[in-house]
Design a protein around this ligand. Structure first.
Ligand SMILES: NC(=O)C1=CN([C@@H]2O[C@H](COP(=O)(O)OP(=O)(O)OC[C@H]3O[C@@H](n4cnc5c(N)ncnc54)[C@H](O)[C@@H]3O)[C@@H](O)[C@H]2O)C=CC1
Ligand SMILES: CC(C)CC(=O)C(=O)O
Length: 353
């Protein structure tokens, strides 16, 4: 069954990591390394089953291949998941995990994702150099979330420009699902530009912070889909654009940080049929990977932010391709990414001694 899954989307490798002493159960998935080493974060989550964890790792890894390709980075796609409650992680578990990353000798480079932090990356760094998003004290870029948020803000403006003919967000109503690390910073940009915010979160502290600091209106977790808004911004987990939620959406734009927002590709078609401008997830949320990728050449914040600002142009380009070719935006993004991977693959045919 696993080989069938790998074959379906042409994955290169999957690594199951187990360490009885520390309780580590991790999966590292490497999708495609045509463009370079597979870089992607490590998610720690109490998955209900091993199957769920495998599927998440695989889907996220493929997303990273497309994300880095569309972003113009020389990186392949990989991602890892640790099965467990992030509140219970220990130094020894992370160090054991770091040693597994080291065993891949640079084929996979890690960073933060849901359930892991800069402090965790600092611990992993004790075992391997193939880790990014490490503390600035080590000359690294630190927490990628604020930079991801800046990129989402840029991409949202480009999507709003495509949908409304102007990229201003003043007085636009934005419904934000999940106000954690990325969306908290995103809400700050939106609030500063004069947008009205509707927010939801399962974590009352995160919710309260957005309400108190940005005057956001809080709604229930199910209510957010039907919120009366211009933009729906999914910033929690994946698969939230699906048969149940699409009919509820009132927004004209979907633009958020969450990975794998479409449950299935056909949900991208459904958004298109309803005239909803969908900013493809892996294009709009590439700010984090652009930022940590800069570490690989010696981190320079100014250079990294300049790169992240190109997300505005990338989203614009996706909508242009979609309009020219009469295809949904998710497909236009896939074409952009696949075209680059294929072109580089061709240019590498020549043997170099
Ligand atoms: N941190 C980064 O730099 C990047 C993050 N992403 C993606 O963006 C999303 C958010 O990432 P972070 O902000 O770092 O994670 P986070 O864990 O800090 O924030 C997620 C928030 O969503 C809330 N949440 C979870 N389930 C929910 C539900 N059913 N309804 C409402 N709220 C819910 C959580 O309580 C939390 O406040 C994730 O999908 C992540 O993979 C993508 C690219 C980079
Ligand atoms: C900081 C990034 C490398 C996190 C990631 O894995 C992603 O973009 O989804």
């Amino acid at each position: 069954m696993i080989f069938e899954m790998l074959e379906q989307d042409n994955y290169e490798q999957i690594l199951f990591c187990q360490d009885k002493n520390t309780g580590l159960k991790a999966i590292i998935a490497i999708h495609d390394t045509t463009l370079g080493p597979a870089l992607g974060g490590t998610r720690m989550w109490p998955y209900a089953s091993e199957q769920e964890a495998i599927v998440d790792a695989l889907r996220l890894a493929k997303g990273m291949t497309y994300k880095s390709a569309a972003a113009g980075l020389n990186l392949g796609g990989g991602k890892a998941v640790i099965i467990g409650d992030p509140r219970k992680k220990t130094e020894e578990l992370l160090r054991a995990y770091g040693r597994f990353i080291r065993s891949l000798n640079g084929r996979y480079i890690t960073a933060e994702d849901v359930g892991t932090t800069v402090e965790d990356m600092d611990i992993i760094r004790q075992e391997t150099k193939f880790v990014t998003g490490v503390s600035p004290a080590f000359g690294s870029s630190g927490n990628p979330a604020p930079v991801t948020a800046f990129g989402v803000y840029q991409g949202m403006k480009a999507a709003v420009q495509a949908a409304f003919g102007s990229d201003g967000l003043k007085d636009k109503t934005i419904a934000v699902q999940g106000v954690g690390n990325v969306a908290y910073q995103l809400c700050r940009y939106l609030h500063e530009e004069g947008a009205k915010l509707i927010v939801t979160d399962i974590n009352p502290d995160n919710l309260g912070r957005a309400v108190n600091e940005f005057g956001a209106t809080a709604v229930g977790v199910e209510e957010i889909y039907g919120a009366d808004c211009d933009v729906f911004s999914p910033c929690a987990l994946g698969a939230i654009i699906n048969d149940q939620t699409i009919p509820k959406l009132k927004a004209k734009v979907v633009a958020g940080s969450a990975n794998n927002q479409l449950r299935e590709p056909r949900h991208g078609e459904m958004l298109e049929e309803r005239g909803i401008f969908y900013a493809p997830d892996y294009v709009i949320n590439a700010g984090g990977v652009m930022n940590v990728a800069d570490e690989l050449q010696g981190y320079n914040k100014e250079r990294a932010l300049k790169k992240v600002a190109t997300i505005y142009d990338n989203i614009q380009k996706v909508f242009e391709i979609a309009a020219e070719e009469g295809i949904p935006s998710y497909l236009a993004a896939d074409r952009l990414a696949e075209k680059r991977i294929e072109a580089v693959k061709m240019s590498r045919r020549m043997y170099l001694p």
